[in-house]
Design a protein around this ligand. Structure first.
Ligand code: MTE
Length: 315
């Protein structure tokens, strides 16, 4: 992601492109090495809970899964540091129980949910989704959760509800790196969807991955996963969901509106201003040689949400 450059950095401070590219290749190859080092150096992580999966989902892809150790040690979670290996290290002792998720705004029945209520609100499904970051890497993850619509239907959106705003947990005591000066983005992390996008069955409220509760670095205890959009639309560690009448502000759009739009649908034909989106690096591969699919391969299900819209303008 592009962090706005802190004042005082001049052209001479810019890393030469070949060095930068090599560093990225190194980082891409490094997850397994990071995992091994972490096991040696880190304090024991909070225990993960095995989740009872009631059903496998027909929405799952049969592409090979990314190894759990890779997917859970190559993260974007700026509240715990901006390098890919930092969240797994820095979020180890993140307290996620007790937890409250407040669902409010334009709804007939606003409600605060405990973690236990969230876990029991609908049968847990395993959904194997492609996960494509706007930066160009991708993974295939067996998420556990249920359609966000199950939760939204419970609170009964009113006729005034047109969008859904999401807010992540933010606490400087537990997240000392979560400052705009350090991370380059504003906090709390906020995201949004149009109501019809949020009600689409593919939009997943996730409480786990790889058979267990979410590790802290992946957004414990509850996060959003929107598989046809770039990964940054999936806000982690959710504390608030607010139904609203107009398009809500979103973190990366606030940081750089020219590069990150509200819609952010995966689209191999619309390049990021600084790189092509035609191909992706399927971790743990070194190479960006995997073709990116329209809507990340979910066009049959979601293209109808955008009929008549100019996806170049609404990037
Ligand atoms: N949510 C919060 N609260 N903070 C973040 O920094 N990063 C986003 C998204 N959700 C982010 C977040 C980005 S850029 C991506 S690609 C995904 O989380 C990464 O999810 P993963 O680390 O589980 O793969």
């Amino acid at each position: 992601m592009s962090i706005p450059k802190p004042a005082g950095l001049g052209q001479a401070d810019v890393t030469p492109r070949p060095v930068y590219l090599n560093r990225r290749k190194f980082l891409a190859a490094a997850p397994a090495a990071f995992a091994a080092t972490r096991a040696l150096l880190a304090p024991p992580a909070l225990a993960a809970t095995r989740l009872n999966i009631a059903a496998k989902s027909p929405f799952s892809t049969n592409e090979p899964l990314t190894a759990a150790d890779v997917a859970t040690h190559y993260n974007n979670f700026y509240e715990f540091g901006t390098s890919k290996n930092e969240p797994a290290r820095n979020a180890q002792n993140f307290r996620t129980n007790p937890w409250t998720l407040s669902v409010e705004g334009e709804v007939a029945k606003p409600r605060k949910f405990s973690l236990d209520e969230i876990l029991k609100l609908a049968p847990l499904e395993e959904r194997i989704y492609r996960h494509r970051c706007v930066e160009g890497w991708s993974i295939v993850v067996p998420w556990i959760g249920y359609s966000l619509s199950a939760l939204l239907n419970l609170v009964q959106p009113t006729a005034k509800a047109k969008y859904v705003a999401f807010e992540s947990y933010w606490d400087l005591k537990q997240m000392p790196l979560a400052r705009p000066e350090t991370a380059g983005i504003a906090f709390p992390y906020v995201e949004g969807l149009r109501l019809d996008e949020a009600m689409h069955p593919l939009a997943l409220l996730s409480v786990g991955m790889y058979g267990e509760s979410l590790p802290p670095q992946d957004g414990a205890p509850v996060r959003l996963v929107v598989p046809w959009k770039y990964g940054f639309k999936g806000a982690k560690s959710l504390v608030k969901i607010r139904l609203v009448g107009s398009q809500p502000p979103t973190t990366w759009n606030l940081a750089n509106a020219h590069e990150y739009g509200f819609y952010s649908n995966v689209n191999p034909q619309v390049d990021h201003p600084r790189w092509s989106q035609a191909k992706e690096q399927r971790l743990p591969s070194f190479f960006k040689n995997h073709a990116t699919q329209m809507f990340n391969g979910y066009a049959d299900q979601v293209a109808g949400l955008y009929s008549g819209m100019d996806l170049r303008k609404n990037y």
